[in-house]
Design a protein around this ligand. Sequence first.
Ligand SMILES: [Zn+2]
Length: 94
Amino acid sequence: MKAARIIEHQKPLSIGEVPDPTPGPKDVIVRVEACGICRSDWHAWMGDWDWIGLSPQLPIVPGHEFGGVVEVVGAEVKNFRPGDRVTAPFHEGC
Ligand SMILES: [Zn+2]
């Protein structure tokens, strides 16, 4: 699949192919149709999360505010099925 990644802080994103995810038994795979980029992503790009005690390892795929369609569900997933339109809860700061 194609992804935009932060591979170096404060440099242009790298857009390219990354491995397709494999769902675990309780996971779903979502085909992202739209995605916001927020200040949390900007902090990840800046590499300045030290002030909240985080230092995420690069590369990072930014964009935790998304909507899309479920493509695959894991064997134990009961509440979603392929074709469902979904989003995910954001963290409290967003
Ligand atoms: Zn956010």
